[in-house]
Write a new protein. Structure first.
Length: 99
C-alpha cells in the first residue's frame, strides 16, 4: 500500500482495499465492516461505486452489502418520514377546512 508524505493512502490502494473487503463480505470483522460503510457513505465517488458494482465477481456481495447496510432506513429516517407525512396531512386538512 502506498503511503504519501502526509500519511494518506493513495486512491488506487484504497479502492483495492475496499474491493478485497467486499470480496469477503459478509465474513468481515466489525472494524472492516465500519470501514466499508464509511467508504461507501463518505469517501467513494460515483465512478468508484459504479466500478465496483459492475464487476461480475463482486456483484452479488455488493448487492447484499448495500441491502444490509447502506440502503436500509434507520429509525431517524422513519421518524422523519412519519413526521413529514403528519405535517403534510395536517396542512392539507387545514387548507380544506379553511377554504
Amino acid at each position: 500500500m502506498t503511503i504519501h508524505d502526509d500519511g494518506a493512502h493513495s486512491v488506487h490502494d484504497r479502492f483495492d482495499r475496499v474491493e478485497a473487503l467486499l470480496s469477503r463480505y459478509p465474513e468481515l470483522a466489525e472494524a472492516e465492516l465500519a470501514e466499508l460503510k464509511r467508504w461507501f457513505t463518505k469517501e467513494a465517488s460515483a465512478f468508484e461505486v459504479a466500478s465496483l458494482s459492475s464487476k461480475d465477481e463482486l456483484r452479488s456481495r455488493y448487492r447484499a452489502f448495500r441491502a444490509d447496510h447502506i440502503d436500509k432506513l434507520g429509525l431517524v429516517d422513519v421518524i422523519a418520514i412519519v413526521c413529514g407525512g403528519v405535517l403534510l396531512l395536517g396542512a392539507i386538512a387545514w387548507f380544506a377546512m379553511a377554504g
